[in-house]
Design a binder for this molecule. Structure first.
Ligand code: NOJ
Length: 560
């Protein structure tokens, strides 16, 4: 297998608004991040992915960009950004930027021009259509609720927005738009960045004609996703982007791709096709959702997770590359979702980290994960900030009269603000995040869960992550080894083998709060030589054939 630095790296995602506020305005900022680069270095991560810091009216917290080459005033200045880049590079860390080019903000000058008239030179940078029978051009719904079309009375046409109406979709069919994007990317690359995370990048090619979707009973709009995910020209566009913008730079790229399957992902990440290095797939994020989508919460079955992760591990092995994550700024906190954020918070957070970091792929840590930050339960909808949560509540409770308590429960389980509460640095007021009024309330558990506590405690989740990251640097089998699932039917224990040349790993993780027996199947070819890491302290290397696992226990053995 080909060796690359980004396969050997661990990436740390920063959501700047919630990371660290340096000037007391209640909003995280770039100088705040620079203050914490030594924290990141100490943790041991190699790459920082910054969620968007560009100029934006913040309808979707920066995922609505009004100038791709300017910094959001709330976050600081271009000089602050340059200082951050230099501080990371000085310490041997890299920086990747978020690239949000499926859509721009409606306040971007391109859109301001485009809506002036049908013959404006920028009109075709966006997707405009006349109405049909006095209604929208098609029946697609927006990912943030309601129609995906907004009427513009001035030119008597609608524009497409797959997210909020302040996020008009860019028209990738237009070669001029594509060239503008590539030029902008090169401008950032020439500033010295080390790559891009590409927002919903598999949405940029839409099926011509934009056909209607099928409306579910009781609903007004249909999902149009089959007509815009992994669309007909997507590989052509990404290949062109690689050629025009990325070629010649030693950078990493990761495409965010809701609805991507293994077969498509192979094409996106096969190096011989020159598209992307890796993708974020979402199948494992959907395993605890019922037929009505993300807010329809159902318990996760471990065997479903195993089947899914194994399919990806085996599918991309030797062809493409996986990105490994259990949470990010759009998902609930992993310890609350897949572990136990009460009695076994520390053990289960460590177990989940072990499970993830020992898989084949590049692991991503989302800010706060390394100290075991949890979901939050605000009493009132007024305390929530996320446009997706607020639109959903409006639609379900205010417009459709659904039970507000039930809707709040689904927000507690799945809402994006679970991940966006301010980072918990210490037990002082507002968790040390700001001296002012935070833009969103701090999770009240910051008095016990915070970075200061975690760094002072040698047995903390934080120090466990440091160890996991260091192991990756020492044992190539962790990075490059093949994956083999064992015990596929077990509903409590997830165990697998990795092998690379003559090195092997046995990874055993208990996903339950029970004491459970583990027995290595007789046909599993493995002989342990040393114990690498475990979340209940040291354990003997010869204990691997038969062992009773403690609640959420994780053990990794190295051998042959
Ligand atoms: C995915 C981003 O991660 C999410 O935060 C955003 O709302 C949508 N794309 C739209 O940009």
């Amino acid at each position: 297998m080909h060796h690359n630095w980004w396969k050997e790296s661990v990436v740390y995602q920063i959501y700047p608004r919630s990371f660290n506020d340096s000037n007391g305005d209640g909003i995280g900022d770039l100088q705040g991040i620079t203050e914490k680069v030594d924290y990141l270095k100490d943790l041991g991560v190699d790459v920082v992915w910054l969620s968007p810091v560009y100029q934006s009216p913040n309808d979707d917290n920066g995922y609505d960009i009004s100038d791709y080459q300017a910094i959001m005033a709330e976050f600081g200045t271009m000089a602050d950004w340059e200082e951050l880049l230099a501080a990371l590079h000085q310490r041997g860390m890299k920086l990747i930027m978020d690239l949000v080019v499926n859509h721009s903000s409606d306040e971007h000058v391109w859109f301001q021009e485009a809506k002036k008239s049908k013959d404006n030179p920028y009109r075709d940078y966006y997707i405009w259509r006349p109405g049909k029978n006095g209604r929208e051009p098609n029946n697609w719904k927006s990912n943030f609720g309601g129609s995906a079309w907004e009427y513009d009375p001035n030119t008597d046409e609608y524009y497409l927005h797959l997210f909020s109406k302040k996020q008009p979709d860019l028209n990738w069919e237009n070669p001029k738009l594509r060239q503008e994007v590539y030029d902008m990317m090169k401008w950032w690359l020439d500033k010295g960045i080390d790559g891009f995370r590409m927002d919903v990048i598999n949405f940029i090619s839409k099926v011509p004609g934009l056909p209607d979707g099928v409306v579910k009973s009781g609903e007004t709009y249909a999902s149009g996703s089959r007509y815009y995910r992994n669309g007909p020209r997507i590989h052509e566009f990404l290949h062109e982007m690689n050629n025009e913008a990325l070629a010649g730079y030693d950078v990493m790229t990761v495409g965010e791709m809701p609805g991507v399957d293994v077969e498509e992902a192979k094409k996106y990440t096969d190096p011989s096709r020159n598209e992307l290095d890796m993708v974020f797939q979402f199948e494992h994020m959907g395993l605890d959702a019922g037929p009505n989508g993300k807010w329809d919460v159902k318990p996760l079955k471990l065997t479903d997770l195993k089947a899914n992760i194994s399919k990806w591990q085996e599918g991309l092995n030797g062809i493409g590359w996986n990105s490994l994550y259990l949470n990010n700024h759009d998902q609930p906190r992993m310890v609350s979702r897949f572990g136990d954020d009460g009695e076994h918070r520390i053990e289960s957070a460590k177990m989940l980290a072990t499970f993830l970091h020992m898989l084949q792929g590049t692991p991503y840590i989302y800010q706060g994960e390394e100290i075991g930050m949890t979901n939050v339960r605000f009493d009132s909808i007024e305390d929530y900030r996320d446009i997706e949560i607020l639109n959903m509540y409006q639609e379900k409770v205010v417009e459709n009269g659904e039970d507000p308590n039930k809707v709040m429960e689904s927000i507690y389980a799945k809402g994006r603000d679970n991940a966006r509460t301010p980072f918990q640095w210490d037990d002082s007021k507002n968790a040390g995040f700001t001296t002012g009024e935070p833009w969103m309330k701090v999770n009240p558990n910051y008095r016990t869960i915070n970075a200061k506590q975690a760094r002072d405690d040698a047995n903390s989740i934080y120090h466990y992550y440091r160890k996991l990251i260091r192991l990756r640097k020492r044992h190539p089998v962790i990075v490059y080894g093949d994956y083999q699932l064992i015990l596929p039917e077990d509903e409590q224990v997830y165990a697998y083998l990795r092998s690379y040349h003559d090195e092997k790993l046995l990874v055993i993780t208990n996903f339950s709060g029970d004491h459970v027996p583990f027995e290595l199947p007789a046909d599993a070819a493995f002989t342990a030589e040393e114990s690498l890491i475990g979340n209940y302290g040291d354990f003997p290397a010869d204990s691997y054939t038969r062992v009773t696992l403690k609640p959420y226990e994780a053990r990794v053995y190295k051998g042959k």
